[in-house]
Design a protein. Structure first.
Length: 291
């Protein structure tokens, strides 16, 4: 019993930084994982990765003027993410280029600008902090910010749920019967940017999209309905955060990558053992052949 307590409970019970890391990462899972489900259903998973890189110049600008202060870096990242999302959307709507291509172009430029801006003032340690985050260093200000982002996300999902689901399934139908098509699209992009900015505080720009997309991708192998998929994605994300923090504590590993790798393990397990996974499909196929 003491062994189990020391393995699973003691790290969170004895250390305040582990408690804040757990609380912050669980809140991120609650807001980001449902957004990841909608990104996946819209076939915009790589767009989420692109937008995660797009916030880097704004965060770097905040770092350039104020150092590693949360509020300036957050505001800068939010502004940069919105500019890139709107810019890529405008290019796709008014030119022949598709949104995924314009998003890729914008994010590559943004990533290069952001790295250069951080390198101007900071060291390689500062660059690693911006790119990969420090979930074990979350303070009360960061937790308050993440909590506000999660609250806005959940309220927005509750209000626009039906429109978001309709746009995933048939966006042309939604635009034909309602004027909410385009506004909902941009509201959703705003929620993506907002959650990536929140994830940036804990996991950095390169890993924040991992907590958004991997639990959603894993949940897809267990259910085809949107509501259960979102709930399952949140549960997978939360379990990955707990497992990753425990792994980082006991094995002295970086906490952000440990969380994402834990989610990756669940993803590969879901590919094999999920109700819509490889083994289940093979069993059903074998039964049909032998019937």
């Amino acid at each position: 019993m003491d062994f189990l307590y020391g393995l699973f409970i003691a790290p969170f019970a004895d250390f305040g930084f582990m408690q804040r890391a757990l609380f912050g990462s669980l809140m991120l899972s609650l807001g980001a994982c449902p957004i990841g489900v909608f990104l996946m259903l819209r076939r915009m998973s790589l767009s989420g990765d692109a937008m995660a890189h797009a916030i880097l110049p704004g965060a770097a600008a905040g770092f350039l003027f104020y150092g590693l202060e949360i509020l300036p870096m957050t505001i800068g990242g939010l502004i940069a993410g919105v500019i890139v999302a709107l810019g890529a959307g405008a290019v796709s709507r008014f030119t022949i280029q598709r949104e995924d291509a314009s998003m890729a172009a914008f994010y590559l430029i943004s990533l290069a600008i952001g790295v250069l801006m951080v390198s101007i003032r900071g060291s390689s340690v500062d660059l690693m902090h911006v790119l990969f985050g420090t979930v074990l260093a979350l303070n009360d200000e960061a937790l308050t910010l993440i909590g506000g982002i999660v609250a806005v996300t959940l309220v927005s999902l509750a209000i626009f749920w039906r429109a978001l689901v309709a746009e995933c399934l048939d966006p042309l139908f939604l635009r034909s019967v309602s004027r909410m098509g385009s506004p909902v699209h941009f509201i959703f992009l705003g929620l993506v940017v907002l959650n990536l900015v929140g994830g940036f505080q804990a996991l950095g720009t390169l890993l924040s999209v991992g907590l958004m997309m991997l639990p959603a991708a894993a949940a897809r192998f267990w259910t085809a309905r949107v509501e259960p998929m979102c709930v399952l994605a949140v549960l997978i994300g939360s379990a990955s955060c707990i497992a990753g923090l425990l792994l980082s504590y006991h094995a002295s590993l970086p906490s952000g990558p440990a969380i994402i790798l834990s989610a990756g393990v669940v993803y590969f397990a879901s590919i094999l053992f999920g109700t819509r996974g490889i083994l289940r499909a093979r069993i059903i196929h074998h039964r049909h052949r032998t019937a």
